[in-house]
Design a protein around this ligand. Sequence first.
Ligand code: HEM
Length: 192
Amino acid sequence: MDYHEVAKKAIGDMPPATRFRAQDAKVIKAHAELILPLAGELITGFYDMLYAHEPTRAVFEEGERPKREKSLGEFLMRVVNGPHDDKFFAWLAFVGPVHVVRQVSNPMMLAMLDHLVLFIMRKFKGHENVHEVTEAFVRLTATLGAIISYGYEVAWQEALHNVVGMPPALVQRMVHEEARNMFPLRGREEDS
Ligand code: HEM
């Protein structure tokens, strides 16, 4: 799997106004002194939530929490300090499949990305730049969600290729065809 390609394709599919951009990185970095001291509270709340819910708790192995907290802390440092270069986005494309291996579903991932934005929004409530900072995080998590969920899809296709020898392009064609059979009213109007 070419992680740079996965990130490029996912970002390319997003309308430009929805993508994480250099200005967002600047806004987040400019507020680093307020955001970084919140990391401990954010990380503890994040894993308390995952450990309190049976389907997400079931993902973790015995004694794994300190390692996971460390990864999330490193992730936040990179998000705040950058650099937000191609390497950063390619790394995110790798983070998607890492979760596939552990059977973390896209709904779990997307819900926790939203949780991250809500946390920031609540903490900046009343701050003069609350809108700017929240928007930067919304575009960040939208971009992460796009890359991670697309990385997830590609990992599935490649796994299918390795297991049953079906090339990804064929899988896509078959799934599309089957979806048209399953939902006959969608995408067929132009045919009738
Ligand atoms: C905001 C959403 C999330 C972010 C940004 C995130 C980020 C990360 C990062 C950066 C890593 C380390 C990847 C590496 O090895 O470089 C990781 C690993 C991991 N995450 Fe997440 N994660 C998220 C959500 C979740 C959720 C919802 C679960 C479980 C329900 C989860 C479970 C795990 C596990 C088990 C690993 C270890 C994978 C392995 O190496 O075996 N993560 N995550």
